[in-house]
Design a protein around this ligand. Structure first.
Ligand code: IPM
Ligand code: MG
Length: 357
C-alpha cells in the first residue's frame, strides 16, 4: 500500500472540469489497488490572479513541493490576455516548473487505431506513430535574459537563449535512458547551423550519447526540417530530445498526428521530488463550463503520474488499457466524434471507471 499526497491545480477554462474527473479516476484506482491517495486543491493561473493578484501564490508552491505529485488542468484565457497586464496566467505555469525544478517535459505522441481517421493526415502516414518527446523545460529562451530597451528613441525587446553544459547533459541522459526501454533511437533537434546555444547542445548531446549510450541509436535533425519530417514520416521517430522553445512548437505540431489534442498527456519531472502532470491541450475557454471537454488527456496524465512519480506501473497500465477499451467501445466526446454521437465529460469518465471495475 502506498500513501500519497496529490496536489490538484485545476486552473482556468476547462481545467476544473477535467481535473475533477481525473481525480475521480485516481481515487478509484487507489481504492482498487489499496492505496491511500489524498488530494488537495490549490490555485494557479488566472483564477489565482483574480483571488490573490498572483498567478502563483506562495501557498501553491509550498503545497506542490510538499506533495508526492501534482496534477494540473490548464491556465489562461481571454480574460487575462491584455499584453500590458502586470502579470499573466502563463507566468504561474512557468513559475511552478522552475520552482519545482521540472527540467524535463515528456510528451508521448501515440496514435489510437480507432481515432486515426480524425487526424488531418492520411492514415497510411500516421498509423503506428509512437514518439516520446523530451522537451527541456526550465532553460533556454524562456528563462534567459529578456526585456525592453530604448536606443536612439526606438523601442526594442529581446529574449535570449542560454544553455549550460549540465542542462543539456541531464535532459539528453533522461531521453537516452528512455530510448533503451523503447525502440532504442534518439533524435536530437537543434538549429546548430545558426544558433550558438544549438551548437553547444549538439556537441554535448553527441558526447553523452557516444560515451554513455553507445548502444542507443542517435541522429541530429535541424528544427526546420524536423517540422517537415514530423508530418511526412512520423513513424520513423522514437525518442526526440530538444530545447524548450523548439519542443513547445514541435509538440503542438506532433499533437495533431493522433487526431485530437484531447487525448494527449504530459509529464514534467526533475532530478528527484514530485513531478507535475497535465494534458497538453490548453484551457479551451470556448467550451469551458459546458461539460463537453474530453477528460481523457488528463486521465492519461494521471496514469503518467502513477508511472513516473508513484512508481506504480500496473496501476498506470490499468488506466491506459481502460481508456483504450472505452475508445474501442465507440465512446466519443465531441472533439473526437467526427459528427457522430458524443458523450459528456462526466459520462466519458463514468465509462473509464466502469472499465476499471
Ligand atoms: C505548453 C504551453 C506553455 C509553454 C505556455 C502556456 C506557457 O504552450 O506547455 O506547451 O509555452 O510552455
Ligand atoms: Mg505549448
Amino acid at each position: 500500500m502506498v500513501k500519497a499526497k496529490i496536489v490538484l491545480l485545476p486552473g482556468d477554462g476547462i481545467g476544473p472540469e477535467i481535473v475533477a474527473q481525473a481525480a475521480r479516476v485516481l481515487l478509484a484506482i487507489g481504492q482498487k489497488f489499496g492505496h491511500d491517495f489524498q488530494c488537495e486543491e490549490h490555485l494557479i493561473g488566472g483564477i489565482a490572479i483574480d483571488t490573490h493578484g498572483d498567478p502563483l501564490p506562495a501557498a501553491t508552491i509550498a503545497a506542490c513541493k510538499a506533495s508526492d505529485a501534482v496534477l494540473l488542468g490548464a491556465v489562461g484565457g481571454p480574460k487575462w490576455d491584455d499584453p500590458t497586464a502586470k502579470t499573466r496566467p502563463e507566468a504561474g505555469l512557468l513559475g511552478i516548473r522552475k520552482a519545482m525544478g521540472l527540467f524535463a517535459n515528456l510528451r508521448p505522441i501515440q496514435t489510437y487505431p480507432e481515432l486515426v481517421d480524425a487526424s488531418p493526415l492520411k492514415r497510411e502516414i500516421v498509423e503506428g506513430t509512437d514518439i516520446l518527446f523530451f522537451r527541456e523545460l526550465t532553460g533556454g529562451i524562456y528563462f534567459g535574459p529578456s526585456g525592453r530597451t530604448t536606443k536612439n528613441g526606438i523601442e526594442e525587446a529581446y529574449a535570449t537563449e542560454v544553455y549550460s553544459v549540465p542542462e543539456v547533459e541531464r535532459i539528453v541522459r533522461l531521453a537516452a535512458a528512455a530510448a533503451r526501454n523503447r525502440r532504442g533511437r534518439v533524435t536530437s533537434v537543434d538549429k546548430a547551423n545558426v544558433l550558438e546555444p544549438s551548437r553547444l547542445w549538439r556537441q554535448v548531446a553527441a558526447r553523452v550519447m557516444k560515451n554513455e549510450f553507445p548502444d542507443v541509436g542517435y541522429d541530429v535533425v535541424l528544427v526546420d526540417s524536423m517540422a517537415m519530417h514530423l508530418i511526412s514520416r512520423p513513424r520513423d521517430f522514437d525518442v526526440v530530445v530538444t530545447s524548450n522553445m523548439f519542443g513547445d512548437i514541435l509538440t503542438d505540431e506532433a499533437s495533431m498526428l493522433p487526431g485530437s489534442l484531447g487525448m494527449l498527456p504530459s509529464a514534467s519531472i526533475g532530478a528527484d521530488g514530485p513531478g507535475l502532470y497535465e494534458p497538453i491541450h490548453g484551457s479551451a475557454p470556448d467550451i469551458a463550463g459546458k461539460g463537453i471537454a474530453n477528460p481523457l488527456a488528463t486521465i492519461l496524465a494521471a496514469a503518467m503520474m502513477l508511472r513516473y512519480s508513484l512508481r506504480q506501473e500496473s496501476e498506470a497500465l490499468a488506466i491506459e488499457s481502460a481508456v483504450k477499451r472505452v475508445l474501442a467501445s465507440g465512446a466519443r466526446t465531441q472533439d473526437i466524434c467526427r459528427g457522430g454521437p458524443s458523450i459528456s465529460t462526466i459520462v466519458m469518465t463514468d465509462r473509464v471507471l466502469q472499465e476499471l471495475g
